[in-house]
Design a protein around this ligand. Sequence first.
Ligand code: MG
Length: 393
Amino acid sequence: MSSDTASRPALPHDRIAVLITAAGRGTRMGGAMPKQWLDLSGRSVLACSIDAFAGFERIVVTVHPEDMDRAIAEHGGRVTLVAGAESRSGSVRAGLEALEGSGISHVLIHDGARPLVTPATIRAVVDALAEGAEAAAPGLAVTDALWRGDAATVTGFADRTGLFRAQTPQGFSLPVILAAYCAAAGGAADDVELVQRQGVAVRIVPGDEDNLKITWPGDMERAGRILRMRGNDMDVRLGNGYDVHAFGPGDHVWLCGVKVPHDKGLMGHSDADVGMHALTDAIYGALAQGDIGRHFPPSDPQWKGAASEIFLRHAAELARGMGYRLGNADVTLVCERPKIGPHATAMQAQLAEIMGVEADRVSVKATTSERLGFTGREEGIASIATATLIREG
Ligand code: MG
């Protein structure tokens, strides 16, 4: 395999659960609605926090029992909802219990009121865990001078040396955080404190000034400003791919992951799925990461006869790892026969499933070349594909 694959962290996302705490009532905000349900540019604060972990399959959210109906309506299909307890630590405990026996090795615990956490911060925590840390969390060194005071007057000073502002997600090996909660007598400000009290070393990774916790009324306005700025920083990439395979003897062809009966086959080193190859190259192209041949050299015998979904899955994972999501993909097959129309819906579904996106982001269509050229003479099939990738912030 290529170096891109070898350099991926050794801790796959399907071994990591995300636990988002959203059971608090947020009394400091004032107002009738708990802060996690306030609207931030068209989505709730909690929805933004959940979406920040789009690359993770296993997400548990603790919510206040009074909010359960709303949570089920808005997030029930995507996340596991657990009724929270009176205290934050009680809610985390309930969330952790929902993960026991699930085959998960690590958990990221995140404040539902931190909707602006970036892929870079999440990645820094995951990378530290992958490197063997039992606990890791983002922190920001305190740079302001620290005073003590009553409401109006400075009464003393504190040394800021070695002080950090703690953020989330805080990542833990699952046995370590479970043991810390078993041993915990009272509460703690956060989960790092509980674990550190047990003698576990907690790695500090770089925090982010914008990863604010919505606490005071002014925080919503600041969060909105940051989101608008990120919109301007959005990185949209377009890639194209082109591929051709020649007909040979056979009784079917593989096109966009679907086996289509035909009186010929397609020749190639792999399963010769010309549509999937063009799409895979479009994604690599958008990432400026070469093409299929670079990642899966044809000289390597292990790819002989390979199902092309291995290539497409790799490209989609590479995109996700670099912080991109697929905006849309469009594949055109150029051939006189077989007829593509009856299979197009199945092809769209298949490609979407492999890439882990909704089917309505994927288009498959076909054209003939009016009997002109090699496709017109039915010597082979050509395919052209386009993909857009989007990275926010
Ligand atoms: Mg090819």
